[in-house]
Design a protein around this ligand. Sequence first.
Ligand code: S3P
Length: 172
Amino acid sequence: MIIVLIGYMGSGKSSIGKKLSRKLRCNLIDLDDFIVEKEKASVKEIFDAKGEIYFRKKEEEYLKELLTLQEDTILSLGGGTPCFGDNMQYVLEAKNTKSIYLKSSVKSLADKLILKKSKRPLIANIQTKEALAEFIGKHLFERSPYYSKAAHQVVTDHKTKKEVVLEILSLL
Ligand code: S3P
């Protein structure tokens, strides 16, 4: 089975993915890392040199490729992946695939992302936590309809990573 982790930047897709793959002793693929490896450039370098549209094209291409994997895999997507083209539809229609939306509040996302924004081109230039929270609030409003199509939702606020992982395991 492919377990697809979906959620906004900073919602814990990568770290929860790591824990989950250890627990289930299965493969872990982070779509951003996969793109970086294939393109031999960081996400920021791709955005800067080739633009967001090029990144989104590659993101879709590699997502489709990874959704055909036969081995048990945890696949954590980028925050924008489900919201472009038909990507969410591909995830929902892929065989033997379960999607999980890691749902976090604007406040908890802003608290986390203010410390980790430099590698994320969409928010790298936002200076204050207040401005970041305002951006996230609007962005999440646009993106939530896509995220909400996931088969399951797990709220991450006020939970440890271990608790989130246990909750995911109970859904499987
Ligand atoms: C993006 C999220 C990032 C990365 C790129 C664009 C987005 O992934 O794919 O910077 O559009 O939300 P993370 O959610 O892993 O930070």
